[in-house]
Design a protein around this ligand. Structure first.
Ligand code: CA
Length: 229
């Protein structure tokens, strides 16, 4: 994301205007939503680097919205806007895993500075931490896998293949092993069936992150998921 997209959820147009203006003049791309519902729709369509969430919203509150956004985008950093200077709001906000908060009235310049600080912190953490495996979140109940915060649309075999690889990063699986893990009737399948599914999986991962290539081919042996990102 060259221009970081910032989700702004604020129902008061005058405040929203000020935030949107400050962000755009400072090189960010704001996405303004006046309700929690609109914000949930927006993050499904457009990936955002950070969310600025007002606590008092017409259809929900910032805390609940944050929890629901986190289900869609697990690592979305958030800054809360609070109208009450009460400690409770602040403490609750930070306990949720929010990255910062700012009390109204605030200066737009201050808010933009906070946005920069949080984004820098998140980028530093991302640069020092991640392995390819940690980029995957497996939800076994829903049979879905998220990659870098975005849900992959996977066929049954793709799901099982990727799950097998992601559960043991670095471990090389032979095609035969993968077939045993992923197919109901492995005997009826061929090695190249695994290759074909790895190919479509790679294309789906590439659509989310064109640079990373987390599935490694080991000639004559099989496949593994990169440990080193
Ligand atoms: Ca409000």
């Amino acid at each position: 994301m060259l221009t970081p997209r910032i989700l702004v959820v604020e129902d008061e147009p005058a405040i929203a205007d000020t935030i949107v203006y400050a962000l755009s003049t400072e090189g960010f791309e704001p996405v303004w939503c006046a309700t929690g519902g609109a914000a949930l729709d927006a993050v499904k369509r457009t990936p955002c680097a950070l969310a600025i969430l007002d606590i008092g919203l017409p259809d929900t509150n910032g805390f609940d919205l944050f929890k629901r956004l986190a289900q869609l985008v697990p690592e979305l950093p958030a800054i809360f806007l609070t109208a009450r200077a009460g400690e409770i709001d602040r403490v609750v906000g930070l306990e949720l895993g929010a990255d910062d908060y700012i009390a109204k009235p605030f200066s737009p310049r201050e808010l933009v500075a906070r946005v920069r600080t949080v984004l820098r912190r998140v980028q530093r953490a991302a640069a020092s931490a991640p392995t390819a495996a940690s980029a995957f979140v497996i939800d076994d109940e829903r049979k879905t896998i998220r990659y870098r915060g975005r849900a992959l649309e996977l066929s049954r075999y793709e799901y099982r293949l990727l799950k097998a690889l992601a559960e043991r990063p670095g471990r090389v699986f032979s095609r035969d092993e993968l077939m045993q893990k992923a197919w109901d009737d492995p005997g009826a399948s061929f090695d190249r069936t695994v290759d074909a599914h790895v190919k479509t999986l790679r294309a789906k991962l590439r659509a989310i992150d064109p640079q990373a290539d987390p599935i490694q081919t080991h000639r004559g042996m099989g496949y593994s998921l990169r440990e080193d990102g």
